[in-house]
Design a binder for this molecule. Sequence first.
Ligand code: SAM
Length: 186
Amino acid sequence: CSYVAWRFDDGISAEEIGSELEKFPYIVVDCSLKDIHTEKELKSLVNQIQKTLSVVRRYMWDERLVIAGMKVRVSAPQYPSVEDFLREKQPERVILLDPNAEEVFSGEVADCYIVGGIVDKVGNKAGTTEIIYRRLVENGFEVERRKILLRGDVVGVPDRINHITEIVLKAVLDGIDVERAIYEVQ
Ligand code: SAM
């Protein structure tokens, strides 16, 4: 990442470098609901995760993408569950992106953003991201939920995992308006 390289050349201390790196969030894809997917959907899920890694590489580096609950052939860290990741890294502020959340995402800065590893091709999977939320809360984790809206509606927001990740990173790291970020990823 050229931004980090520039900071290294700037003659700052290791502590300062550490705190600079902490400004970059984790993107965690929760694949715990893999069993509700068809083979075709699972292939799409893997494809979306690979594209998500390309997005993450444009802004950060591979270790900032975390895959939980499913083994995928990508060079990003993998954990048995999101809970295992949260216990190990202990991020302070965690936001779950969920189209059924009550609160709207407007670029809030967090240490970790969770995206549901869910593909909506077959059957009705409406509300499934909430299953992830309820499980995390039941397991004792403090997680905020936010929905991404375009002109006040989730309709029109691209729901692929790579697109949601790009919208979040554009808003949080580039500091651009969420609606503009949505238009830019389409
Ligand atoms: N059918 C799922 C539901 O209703 O909960 C949505 C699955 S969506 C294809 C995959 C993931 O992208 C979601 O789990 C969520 O993390 C994220 N996502 C998609 N659209 C979103 C939106 N408008 N706001 C927030 N997150 C969204």
